[in-house]
Design a protein. Structure first.
Lengths: 148, 713, 121
């Protein structure tokens, strides 16, 4: 995955936060990470990638971010169900926008939501993943791109 | 026919025309004969009336005679006689040569002469009898009254003519009736003939056409079956597109599998492919199909423009997974009387082929890349190579740590860039020094990006994306080189590709200075509960100038001490590491053509621990913890030649004071020369000294190389 | 002898085409560096065949083909361009070009394409 393609994912998330909350997310400097040490927060939306390259892209956020977003959107029900829903919605948006941007260069699956930090997310082994930190409302979330 | 091409319908049109013609003929004849029969019926009536009139005339002559003899008025009878007489006479003339007479109801009627020889001969006979009869009646009528004599003569005349005349009129009636009957027969015959012809015609049509229809039905059925068989069994997706790119009603069974949809007939081709292709490809496809359908362009020419030669489509396979397939569409024009009416489209799943092609290409590229890499790697000594790679890897990890530690800070300090730049520049210098051009080029491009970033007043995390992407690429490049080196090492293990060493002369082992080193090593080994074997190759030291000899001896002794204190492990550890129980020290001294001397000292001990040296440097207060962390391993290793540094935590006679190797460095500097260190933790430590290196040689090394050397020196 | 006109903004390409086709029996009757010039020249030069670049300063090759078609409906036009995409080639054919050759090209491929232009099938 080249720089341009990573930028597309970053752009999608920035746009999402800007659009939904009126407040952009700050992007931290991206780094590489071994598959065993990838950051996983409370709720993670995972998108599978196939085609020439295989792997996954996920956006993982702590519950604080999701709760704050719900409250801002006027939703007072901040149960885990709703938080997971929102995480899924973010992943859906990433998936949908990415599909438009990438055309059929990458094949992007329907996203799934993983709850909690214990459940493992299957990422390609032996590949250093890109971690792009995001900070919104003083809380850190992560976009992870791990593609062979 | 009528200027219209009736084609296969010609025969049926002719047949139907004949049928109508027969019917019309029968109708005309029917009409004509019927009117004849109608006039014949009138004649029959009139002939019958003539019969009655002969009797009436005869009866009236008798009544007239009675009246005349009785002398009573005879006007009524006379008047009646005139009526009957003249009606008979007029009708007879009309029968003979056409003319007017009165019908049954007294209205005048025109009849034609009877057109029959027998009837005319009957009429001629009647005329012979009638004329004398008529002249007598006319004479009586002219006088206006009949006297008994005239009446008597009239009666005689009447009695003579009456019966023959009656018979003749009877014959006439019969004859006229016969004529009428024969015409009716003719009419029936005509009707029967007409209907027969029509029926025959109908039967011909029926027979001929049903046979033809059946035949063509059979042919159609056969053709349809063949088409069905082809469509059912072909592995290609086949279908027709009409002028508006709508899929035809028939398509091959394989098409549904290829496209992954069932309902295809009647749908727009664009609707089917639009989810799989980019909007641009879809537009191009529209243009392309339009070109094929409506423009007179050579098919061969446009074939290469087909935008759907290889389309990648995604097939969903449940959440989080998708499978991609490659489809190929081909378009051929279908002509009908010189015009393009349809496109025949073939659709194939070429996934296997595409995958194979890509794999082949990738492996070719890999092989090509590896080849170049191997050539570069072969030129560098394995130990040096490993050392460089290790240091490069550590450098990259350091860079990655820098990136990671910034986290999601909005603004990034220029210090981070500088730190990353320094590391990059160093690895680049090292790589260039060893002639690893490809690695140096990659590092150079990272430098370029960093230079660009340095010029920006404000930096965000995202700006580091290209850095991270390149760092990843470098990691991969270095891993690939590691693998290549490992492979080269394997090959070297099997066949010696190292420069041939001078023939080993067992005699050198017995030289006094070697003996001294062996003794020293054994003694130290005993003290440290180790076992060791020292081997020597190379020149006899006695050939060297004394000062140099002394210096070398001193340096070797320091190295031996270093090996036994820091390098060679105890027997158990060595066993665990799969090494022979006795440590192995190899010393090699050679004289260079330029008068200098190369010294190589190698042990197969545990190597230099970068982390221990780093700790020692901090402990000794030579570096702060931060400086030590930031310093790359190559420089750290270089510290072992610095005074006052030892990794041993306790000081003893043989080590720990931190003096020893620093004296080696001092000697090297004194003699003029370079030190190279190669070490793999757990495997070996190798010092290579170039002594008495000529100044000219030092000057020729490039800037980058100098930096690389400095790191070690 | 067929009369050839070459439209290309590159001097090097113009002479390369002239050389390649001149040796194969075409008479070069016009060289144009841009579309506007080509349209003007087309009237007096009366070419039988034109080679046309697509990306040129000012009017592009597609527009130039369209206008030349109006002036001379019988001239054969061969697009010689570094056409990046199939869409452009399709566009050119729709406007009335009969063939195309991608840059970089060899003399053989150019001659072959010219031959194709005049073949009947």
């Amino acid at each position: 995955m080249d720089e341009q393609q990573l930028r597309i994912f970053v752009g999608i998330i920035q746009h999402y936060f800007e659009q939904e909350t009126g407040r952009p997310a700050e992007v931290g400097s991206p780094y590489l990470c071994d598959p065993s040490q990838l950051p996983v927060h409370d709720f993670t939306g995972v998108i599978g990638i196939s085609g020439n390259r295989k792997g996954c892209v996920y956006f993982s956020s702590p519950r604080e971010i999701l709760r704050e977003m719900l409250l801002r959107a006027g939703e007072s029900d901040v149960s885990d169900e709703n938080l997971a829903d929102l995480a899924g919605e973010i992943a859906n948006t990433i998936s949908g926008n990415a599909r438009r941007e990438f055309g059929h260069e990458f094949l992007i699956s329907v996203p799934i939501v993983v709850r909690g930090t214990h459940q493992s997310i299957s990422v390609p082994r032996d590949v250093r993943a890109y971690v792009i930190p995001f900070r919104w409302h003083k809380v850190d979330a992560s976009l992870v791109v791990s593609v062979m | 026919m009528f200027g219209i091409d009736l084609g296969k319908y010609r025969t049926i049109v002719i047949s139907i025309a004949l049928f109508l013609l027969f019917d019309l003929g029968v109708l005309v004849l029917n009409f004509f004969i019927s009117s004849e029969i109608a006039s014949d019926a009138v004649n029959v009536n009139l002939a019958g009336r003539q019969r009655m009139l002969t009797q009436r005339t005869a009866k009236l002559t008798l009544q007239l005679q009675n009246r005349a003899e009785a002398g009573v008025p005879q006007e009524v009878e006379l008047k009646e006689l005139i009526g009957a007489f003249s009606l008979f006479d007029r009708t007879l003339s009309a029968f003979e040569s056409g003319g007017e007479t009165a019908s049954g109801d007294g209205k005048p009627i025109r009849i034609a002469a009877v057109d029959d020889a027998i009837a005319q001969s009957i009429l001629a006979e009647a005329r012979k009898l009638w004329d004398p009869y008529k002249s007598r009646i006319s004479a009586v009528i002219e006088r206006g009254r009949a006297d008994p004599d005239a009446a008597g003569a009239l009666v005689v005349q009447a009695e003579a003519a009456n019966l023959p005349l009656l018979k003749l009129m009877n014959d006439l009636t019969t004859r006229v009736e016969e004529l009428a009957a024969s015409k009716a027969t003719l009419l029936r015959a005509v009707q029967v003939a007409g209907i027969s012809l029509a029926t025959a015609n109908f039967l011909i049509i029926l027979f001929h056409f049903i046979r033809h229809l059946r035949e063509s039905d059979r042919e159609l059925e056969r053709a349809r079956k063949e088409t069905d068989d082809i469509l059912r069994t072909t592995q290609d997706g086949l279908f027709l597109l009409d002028g508006s790119a709508v899929i035809g009603v028939q398509h091959s069974a394989a098409l549904e599998k290829v496209l992954g949809t069932k309902t295809l007939a009647g749908r727009s081709f664009y609707d089917i492919i639009s989810p799989a292709v980019t909007p641009k490809t879809l537009d191009t496809t529209r243009e392309y199909i339009d070109l094929l359908l409506r423009h007179d362009v050579k098919e061969k020419l446009v074939a290469s423009l087909n935008p759907l030669e290889c389309v990648e489509v995604s097939i969903a396979q449940g959440p989080g997974e998708a499978e991609s397939r490659y489809l190929q569409f081909g378009f051929n024009r279908v002509f009908e009387s010189g015009k393009v009416t349809h496109l025949l489209v073939t659709a194939n799943d070429i996934t296997r082929r595409v995958r194979l092609e890509r794999e082949l290409k990738a492996s070719e590229e890999r092989a090509k890349g590896q080849m170049g890499l191997l050539v570069e790697i072969l030129q560098v000594e394995p130990a040096t190579m490993n050392q460089l790679l290790r240091s490069a890897q550590e450098g990259l990890q350091h860079i990655n740590r820098q990136l990671r530690e910034q986290g999601s800070a909005r603004e990034v300090g220029g210090e981070t860039i500088n730190a990353i730049y320094r590391i990059t520049h160093r690895i680049k210098g090292d790589s260039a020094a060893l002639g690893l051009a490809s690695l140096a080029t990659s590092l150079h491009s990272l430098e370029d990006i960093l230079t660009g970033l340095r010029e920006r007043p404000v930096l965000s995390g995202e700006d580091f994306l290209p850095v991270t992407v390149r760092v990843k690429g470098l990691f991969e490049e270095i891993e690939a080189m590691h693998q290549a080196v490992a492979r080269v090492a394997q090959i070297r293990g099997v066949i010696s590709v190292e420069a041939p060493r001078p023939q080993h002369d067992p005699g050198v082992e017995a030289l006094p200075f070697v003996k001294r080193w062996k003794d020293f090593a054994t003694r130290l080994a005993d003290e440290h509960a180790r076992k060791v074997e020292l081997g020597y190759h190379g020149i006899d030291m006695e050939t060297l100038p004394e000062s140099l000899r002394e210096s070398i001896n001193s340096m070797v002794n320091q190295f031996i001490r270093n090996s036994l204190v820091h390098g060679i492990e105890d027997g158990d550890t060595r066993k665990r590491r799969g090494k022979p129980e006795a440590g192995r020290i190899s010393v090699y001294i050679s004289a260079r053509d330029d008068g200098g001397v190369d010294l190589s000292f190698r042990d197969d001990g545990q190597g230099i621990s970068v982390s221990k040296v780093r700790e020692a440097a901090v402990r000794a207060g030579r570096l702060t913890a931060e400086e030590a962390a930031a310093m790359d391993s190559r420089r750290i290793v270089g510290l072992i030649f610095e005074p006052g540094l030892s990794t041993r935590e306790t000081v003893d006679e043989d080590g720990g004071r931190g003096a020893g190797l620093d004296s080696v460095k001092a000697l090297v500097m004194q003699l003029g020369g370079q030190i190279r260190i190669g070490s793999t933790p757990g495997e070996y430590c190798h010092f290579r000294l170039s002594l008495g290196a000529l100044p000219s040689l030092a000057r020729t090394v490039s800037e980058d190389e100098k930096e690389a050397e400095e790191a070690a020196a | 002898m067929k009369r050839l006109m070459i439209v290309d903004d590159s001097n090097i390409i113009r002479s390369k085409i002239a050389r390649a086709l001149g040796e194969h029996g075409l008479e070069v009757v016009g060289l144009s560096p841009n579309g506007e010039d080509a349209i003007e020249r087309c009237v007096s030069a009366r070419p039988d065949v034109i080679t046309m670049d697509i990306t040129m300063p000012g009017m592009d090759g597609i527009e130039c083909i369209r206008q030349i078609r109006r002036l001379n409906p019988t001239v054969r036009i061969l697009v010689v361009s570094a056409l990046a995409d199939k869409a452009t080639a399709i566009q050119a054919l729709k406007e009335g070009a009969q063939g195309f050759v991608c840059k970089p090209f060899t003399e053989e491929s150019l001659n072959e394409a010219i031959g194709e232009l005049f073949s009947e099938d």
